[in-house]
Design a protein around this ligand. Sequence first.
Ligand SMILES: O=C(O)CCC(=O)C(=O)O
Ligand SMILES: [Fe+2]
Length: 360
Amino acid sequence: MFMPLRTEDTEDPLKSYPFMNLWVYVTWLVHKQGRPSMIIWTATPHQREIIEKYSQAIHEVAMDLGRKMAESLGVKEVDDLLKGWTCQYRLIKYNFTPETVGKLGAFSHSDSGFLTILQYDEEVGGLEVLDESSGAFLPVNAMAAGPSLLVNLGDIAKAWSNGRFCNMKHRVVCKEASIRVSIAMFVLGPNEGSIEAPTELVDNEHPQLYIPFTYQDYFNNRLSKDLRNDPAEYKKLREACEEWGCFRLLNHRIPLSLIADMKNVMRTLLDLPMEIKRSNKAEIPGSGFILPGVISSIYEGLGVHDLGSSQAVQEFCSKLDVPPNHRDIIDKYGQVVQDLAMDLGRKLVESIGLEYCDFF
Ligand SMILES: O=C(O)CCC(=O)C(=O)O
Ligand SMILES: [Fe+2]
C-alpha cells in the first residue's frame, strides 16, 4: 500500500521498482546545501520546472521555519539553523482499495529528521497524529481550517532542542477506496558535523539529554534502534516466544479509559436478547454470533471478522443495531489494537535479528 521512493536509488528506479506507475517516480529530487540537485528520470522540461519551483519554495519555507524555531527558544548562537542540511523529497502514493479500508498505509512513527513539511491529500483523508495525553489518534484533515501544509517535528528536533521540542507520532489509515497522494519534504540533518544541543539549552535544570551524533549514524541505526537501546527487552521477548509462546504486555499505551469503554460496550452487546444476537450471522467461520453449544454449552461469542477494518466493524454493528457512540468505541479500540499488533509483529521480527519489512 505504501510505496515511497528513496534517495539512495541513484540509478534508474524502474529497475528497483518495476511495478510502479511512471508518474510516481518522475518527481524525485534531493536538496543539498540548499541548492536543488535533481534526480529526475522521465519528467518533461515543464514538469521539471514545476518541481524545481515547488522545491525551492518549500525549501525557503523550511529555512525560515528553522530560523524562527531557534529564535523561539532564545538560541542566538546559531544563525541559520537548517542551512545546508539535507532535504529529501518524497512523492507518496497509497493504493487504497475496498479491502484495505481500516488498514494502515503507514504505521505509527515519528520522522527521523528535524522537520517535515507535508502536503497531505486534502481530498482523501487518513493522516492521523497521536495525542500523547489521551493516546488517541486525531485525524488531520478534520482539523484543517483551509488548505494548509502540515509541519511535524522529528527525532532530530527533539535531540537538538535538548528535549524541548517533541517528535510527533503519526500514521496513515485507509479511510476509503481511493488513491491517496502526498508530498513530503523532510529536512533530515546537517551534511557535515554532529547534532548537539546549543549551550543556551543546556543548564543545571536541563542537563544534556543526548551525546552529539551525526544524522547518518542515527539514521543507519534507527531501524534497529529498539534492539540497540533495549537488548534486554528483546531478549525477554524472544525467550518468551521460544519457550512459552505467550507473554504479558505492560505499558501497552492503549488508554485505560478506552479499554473500560470497550468492556462496557461488549457487555451490553452480550447481554442483548438471544434473538438479536442470533441475527448477527456471518459467512466467515469464527465471526458473528457463536451459539451456546457450538464450542461448549456455556460458551457464546460475538466475533468481528476484521477488527482493524472500519467497514467490518460497521457491518458487525449494523446487525446488532449498535448506537453510534458505541460504534465509535469499537472502531477506536480496533484501530489501537491493530496498531499494537503491527508493532508487536515488527518487534518479533527484530527480536530474532531480522530487519523489519512491511509484510504484516
Ligand atoms: O502520506 C502522508 O500523509 C504521511 C507520510 C509520512 O508520514 C512519511 O512518509 O513519513
Ligand atoms: Fe512521517
